[in-house]
Design a protein around this ligand. Structure first.
Ligand code: AKB
Length: 335
């Protein structure tokens, strides 16, 4: 399998999980070298960019890849600062990977499963009243993203669907492969092991990690801000479950997934209880606030539950008591 953006948050979680039992060789591609906690789990680490077609050609010539986790992306806040670069990485990079997957499929005569993490950024709620009234948003509702990242994600979902449909026709011919594109629309992800960078849902993980380290944290969104979240182990499980699902069971290309949707204030309350002495203040960044205000307060993930058995293990309480707090405490104690 090939994992792009392997050194990022999801890549860390995925590689750590695969290390626990996986019979496929893992090839990674990331612009930076992998850190020591995951590098030993990987069979071949390539340092380079998804925009470098020569690297992808080398991978094509050297390996037989039948599963791609295309995780490399610039996240929402970062993309607003460098929208043109974001478009290059998020859209042209994805196009390169889809072309790569198609060539792999053709040259080995079998489908390549292409896993793509999309995002709640693919939605765009016009105002807070509509957001409050909309409740749990379904995949095909309110897809009017307001950010470069959201536009990139929504478009790449369509691009993947195009490759999948196009090559379904070719698959009827013998010895031809196709791209089997599958996508999860992730909510904010919270990992106990890594801190994200460049995202807008980052306030939740930043608040938790700052409290664990005994550092003050000024939260950049209003206390009443509400978007869906999920603990990283459930995010990784979702990717693996969708990748393994029988093709015939899938009724859509992009699936919502989420586990809990606390307000920023509810997150603060849990953090302060878990780490007495935590200092959380509010320092609203209007631009970032505008981004999260355009994301739904919750999503309807019933299609994922029905089609491939999505069932997150961690609700809000369990995410903190059984995963985040013990794992983060251990991490910083060891450090
Ligand atoms: C971001 O904040 O940009 C990401 C996301 C929700 O896709 N975490």
């Amino acid at each position: 399998m090939l994992i792009t953006g392997a050194g990022g948050e999801i890549g860390h979680g995925l590689i750590a999980r695969l290390a626990g039992g996986n019979n496929r060789r893992i090839v990674t591609l990331d612009v930076s070298p992998l850190d020591a906690s995951i590098a030993p789990q990987v069979d071949r680490e390539i340092t380079g960019s998804i925009l470098d077609k020569a690297i992808l050609e080398r991978v094509l010539a050297e390996f037989e890849i039948d599963l791609v986790f295309h995780l490399a992306a610039l996240l929402s806040t970062r993309s607003e600062f460098t929208p043109v670069t974001a478009h290059h990485v998020n859209v042209e990079g994805t196009l390169n990977l889809l072309e790569f997957a198609q060539h792999e499929a053709e040259s080995h005569g079998r489908p390549v499963v292409f896993m793509y993490p999309s995002s709640i950024a693919a939605y765009g709620m016009p105002d807070l009243d509509t957001k409050a009234r909309a409740g749990r948003v379904k995949e095909d509702e309110w897809t009017h993203p307001t950010t470069m990242y959201g536009c990139n994600k929504l478009y790449c979902e369509q691009l993947g669907t195009y490759y999948a449909r196009h090559y379904k026709q070719l698959a009827a011919e013998p010895a031809k492969g196709r791209v089997d594109f599958r996508c999860v629309r992730f909510p904010g992800l919270i990992s106990a092991l890594t801190v994200p960078s460049g995202g807008t849902s980052d306030y939740a993980p930043e608040m938790i990690h700052a409290a664990a380290k005994g550092e003050p944290y000024a939260c950049f969104v209003r206390p009443d801000t509400r978007i869906p979240f999920m603990a990283m182990p459930d995010g990784v499980d979702a990717l693996m479950a969708l990748a393994a699902a029988p093709r015939d069971a899938l009724t859509r290309t992009a699936y919502n997934v989420a586990a809990f949707n606390p307000s920023a204030e509810e997150i603060r309350d849990v953090v302060v209880t878990a780490f007495p002495g935590a200092r959380v203040t509010w320092d609203n960044d209007l631009k970032r606030q505008g981004i999260v205000d355009s994301w739904p307060a919750d999503v309807d993930d019933s299609a994922a539950r029905r089609d491939w058995g999505f069932a997150p293990r961690y609700d809000f309480r369990r995410a903190f008591t059984e995963y985040l707090i013990p794992t983060i405490r251990k991490r910083y104690a060891a450090a």
